[in-house]
Design a protein around this ligand. Structure first.
Ligand code: BDR
Ligand code: CA
Length: 314
């Protein structure tokens, strides 16, 4: 199975992304690293621990990462409730985060991979602060990263936090710029992709019959996530941002991509955090990003349903 590390800021949709990944034997999750994003890092740490316990996978370590972005002040999410998991109250975690910083954990894992001539895939579901720091500290470890599969950005779509910018990019545009200007292969799952995959109330209903805490929790997450903004999204419901990252790793055939170089704006006040794709080779730089252009939404929901059904119904 594919060795991965999930860097995230749970986050309602991060939580669904984790539950999907944890149900797949195709993925070997070496660890979960958390970052300041939707909520402060103390809350993203706690939420990650709670989701792993819910999935019965507290054997997977959680490492706390950067408590604030590289340069800008934290902006935090707007749709995840006070604690980050909507109105869902999960039992207090019975264990704590692993000792040490998330970036040190990433360095150790990548050093081992490099020594063994292996590679690790990194998933980013939040602001890219931890990965930006990692690449500044140890650029030599780039070859140990198979690729970075990231949720963030908006190319043909407008932004969701400002006119031009998506939350994860805006929350740490400097870190995102470091990551996108590296030569590491990147898969970019932006709002162009995630707005195609709406958890409409009808689709969310499909998870209701699931008995058991995971099914109930995901149903609660999806009803919390209903943005009810059909003008913006073309239908009711909430876009399945982060779960597309883990779905991409499990079922890449559901996705279509286009390759380009991507730049992240980090100094314009108007366009801060905008992702700009070089579609026609204007920059002269080598394309390094596979931008997801199309997703099979029905295929995604079938995948999610099938994976959640694997959890024990108690
Ligand atoms: C991204 O922002 C966060 O609120 C979500 O968890 C997702 O990662 C979508 O813009
Ligand atoms: Ca997220």
């Amino acid at each position: 199975s594919l060795p991965i590390i999930i860097d995230c800021d749970p986050g309602v949709d991060d939580a669904i992304a984790l539950l999907l990944a944890l149900a797949s034997p195709k993925l070997d999750i070496r660890g979960v690293t958390v970052v300041c994003g939707n909520v402060p890092v103390s809350a993203t740490s706690r939420n990650a621990l709670q989701i792993l316990e819910l999935a019965g996978r507290s054997d997977i370590p959680v490492y706390a990462g950067c408590p604030r972005p590289l340069v800008v002040a934290p902006i935090y999410g707007q749709f995840h409730g006070v604690g980050g998991l909507g109105k869902t109250e999960l039992p207090a975690p019975s264990h704590d985060v692993a000792p040490g910083h998330a970036v040190d954990f990433l360095i150790r894992q990548l050093e081992h991979a490099l020594a063994a001539d292996q590679q690790i895939t990194i998933c980013t579901l939040g602001p890219m602060t931890n990965i930006g720091v990692l690449l500044r500290m140890r650029p030599d470890l780039g070859p140990a990263i198979a690729r970075i599969v990231s949720m963030g950005g908006a190319y043909r779509e407008a932004g969701n936090r400002t006119m031009t910018s998506e939350f994860n990019m805006l929350a740490d545009p400097h870190a995102a710029s470091i990551v996108f200007s590296s030569d590491i292969p990147i898969v970019s799952i932006s709002l162009d992709a995630t707005h195609q995959v709406m958890a409409t109330p009808e689709r969310a209903q499909r998870f209701l019959p699931y008995k058991g805490r995971v099914g109930e929790t995901v149903s609660a997450f999806l009803s919390h996530w209903d943005r009810n903004d059909p003008r913006r999204y073309g239908s009711r419901g909430g876009p399945m941002h982060d779960p597309l990252v883990t779905a991409f790793l499990i079922a890449p055939h559901l996705f279509e991509t286009e390759r380009a170089r991507v730049f992240v704006e980090h100094s314009s006040p108007l366009c801060l955090g905008q992702t700009v794709a070089d579609r026609y080779g204007k920059s002269g730089e080598t394309p390094n990003v596979d931008i997801v252009t199309k997703v099979d939404a029905e295929g995604f929901f079938a995948l999610l349903e099938e994976h959640l059904a694997r959890y024990s119904p108690v």
